[in-house]
Design a protein around this ligand. Structure first.
Ligand code: KG4
Ligand code: ZN
Length: 361
């Protein structure tokens, strides 16, 4: 089965072609990702309207490029997959409309895919991991533990009740005058910092569950920063490094301890080949990876962090998820709608509040 995937839920426009072989490792024939960092740089965050317009302009070019790189034409494709949510509605709509057009024009089946499901199934694409496995999704927009039982069966064990870790890295970088994206900048600064100089909190570790919180930690960094500025009139490079190191150490401690708890719940399912998987941009952080590896080692589980290009937003994961789910579900039709909110595990109460449109991811 050859699937063309589209992704446009945040600030990356992506198209990919994946060849799916049941019971064998899938092949990514091409994966094209066009970022929009420059377009949003002046605004200090992603502007939804600008993102949607850029997706609408770039999607068909990405599709052409992905087919060209795979040395295929649309006629060779067996199905069209597209992120149908959760995400910024204008961007998701751009992708869904483009995919509907391709499906209507070619008669190929259309599959709307949950973006988080795409991330969560990536270890199957890259490492053929067997079900059930434990997944920690940590990025600029997501933070949750998922027990992945099957292609369409996700159990959420916990997640952030406020900011995602990447968001916290970015905000803290801004607070201490480091460049964006904040994650890599903080990781670099932390190398020459003293993580113990500032006493920063480890939020929610007093609670026995797998939920996390990063917003109070960010405020604690702000207070520590203000105290230094009040005393010295400004921040030295060493102050920046110490604040970065202290913040990163707190994030590592929280993620490691909560992963330890999630791992215990996971092991109760007696997996035959236990695996702890991680995805999302924050998974690039070496200190975080090392911390998580100690948890998987303790439980004699494999630690799997897919290569960064498949860990961050891409369309190969969307194409793969559709293929993986195709034997369990019918294709969508042209009534497929774009969903700004779409929790993977609907049995759980929503984490980030629920508005009129239903539970958020
Ligand atoms: O998955 P991703 O590329 O995209 C979205 O979530 O949209 O994640 C981006 C996030 C940013 O917040 C960035 O600061 C963070 O991942 N990040 C890192 C590192 N590299 C990227 N955070 C910590 N350490 C890193 N080395
Ligand atoms: Zn994502």
């Amino acid at each position: 089965m050859i699937v063309l995937g589209l992704e446009s839920s945040c600030d990356d426009t992506a198209a990919a072609v994946v060849r799916y072989l049941p019971d064998a490792k899938a092949d990514v024939l091409s994966s094209v990702v066009v970022g929009q960092t420059d377009l949003h740089a002046a605004f200090g965050g992603v502007v939804p309207e600008i993102a949607a317009r850029a997706h609408a302009e770039k999607l068909d070019l990405c599709v052409e490029e992905a087919l060209k790189k795979a040395a295929l034409t649309l006629a060779d494709v067996d199905a069209i997959a597209v992120t149908a949510g959760p995400g910024l509605i204008g961007g998701v709509l751009s992708g869904v409309m483009c995919a509907k057009g391709l499906s209507a024009a070619t008669g190929k089946p259309l599959y709307g895919v949950n973006h988080l499901g795409g991330h969560a199934l990536t270890p199957r694409l890259t490492d053929n991991v067997s079900y059930p496995y434990l997944m920690l999704l940590v990025s600029g927009g997501h933070c949750q533990f998922l027990l992945v039982h099957g292609p369409d069966r996700f159990e959420r064990l916990g997640g952030t009740i406020d900011d995602a870790p990447g968001e916290a890295f970015d905000k803290v970088a801004r607070l201490i005058a480091l460049p964006q994206p904040g994650g890599p900048a903080i990781e670099r600064a932390a190398l020459s910092g003293d993580p113990k100089r500032f006493a920063l909190p480890r939020p929610l570790l007093d609670r026995p569950d797998c939920d996390m919180s990063f917003s109070g930690l960010k405020t604690a960094v702000l207070r520590a920063r203000d105290k230094v500025i009040a005393e010295k009139g400004g921040l030295t490079t060493q102050d920046q490094s110490d604040l970065a190191a202290g913040f990163q150490a707190a994030v590592v401690d929280v993620l490691v301890e909560k992963t330890r708890r999630a791992m215990v719940l996971y092991m109760e399912h007696n997996p035959t080949a236990p695996a702890l998987c991680v995805a999302g941009g924050v998974a690039a952080n070496t200190a975080i990876r090392q911390g998580l590896e100690t948890v998987s080692d303790d439980q004699k589980a494999r630690f799997i962090a897919p290569p960064l290009a498949l860990c961050t937003d891409n369309a190969a994961m969307i194409a793969f998820a559709a293929a993986e789910q195709s034997s369990l579900r019918e294709p969508d039709d042209l009534t497929l709608s774009a969903r700004p909110r779409w929790p993977l595990d609907i049995s759980q109460p929503s984490m980030l509040g629920s508005g009129k449109k239903g539970a958020k991811a």
